[in-house]
Design a protein around this ligand. Sequence first.
Ligand SMILES: [Zn+2]
Length: 313
Amino acid sequence: MPNHIKFSFSSCCRNLFLALAFLFLSISSAFAGLNVATTTEDIASLVKEVGGDHVSVTSIAKGYQDAHYVEAKPSYMLKINRADLLIYIGMELEIGYLPLLIEGGRNPNIRLGQPGLLDLSSSIAPIEVPVGEVDRSMGDVHPYGNPHYPLDPANGPLMAGLIAGRLSLLDPDHAPEYKTNLENFRKRVDAKLKEWSARMERFKGTRIVTYHLLWSYFMKRFGLEYAGVVENKAGIPPSPKHLLELADTMKRQKIKLILTNNYTDPSFSNLLAEKTGATVLVLPGYVDGVPEVRDYIGLFDYLIDKIERALSH
Ligand SMILES: [Zn+2]
């Protein structure tokens, strides 16, 4: 079949599918509260904390997926089409698919400058922001700084604060409840932070290696330091030269731990571990990344537990 016919056939099918699905959803959607779509499960968990029973929330990326790389499926456009609010991480984490999904979602309320679209990155202080001109020619996926800020638990209440403000704007009748829920969440995180910090205190200054720069905010919060990163640059697999140099550094500095995440090919980290005697610890990067991690606070309970155990050996 010639290419242009294939293209028009598939786009015709997609349009028909979208039209039928939109019709079905408009008939079947019975929830009276706010429909919120999020790009990650971490944000979805925060929306549940603040919104309680007055919101229905759905995440585009699953917790076991890399939120840098998500396929722009028509079913995700449907989520955006039926949403009152779409919340995302920003700092170009979702640049590969979110603009396509918003375009395909055809929701006039979910556009830049509209209250139906919320970028959470304005709530936090970014780290690893490059100085000078941004050069993406090397494929760096962190061109405007590190977007993995939900992994500092102190950022959770800041993100939740922005969410509470936007839910209150869209649903003023329940604003007092959103405020109360936010305060309760903030108190729970504050108490947990004291516990987590106390448990991690003895590891302050410990140097580790990670596969991706996923853990930078977490490490900064708890005083862990980088001996190196397996990727050459964020999003770029290591060259043999880089791996050899990193193995040398690790042996010299007696680095015992390589942190990686459960959606990444572990072969490079395993190779380094073989060469250096270090241990590879595979962790979820998001809520729902493993079945035990059901919410935002639970994510840190799980991470602290695993890292504390690994560093104690
Ligand atoms: Zn990243």
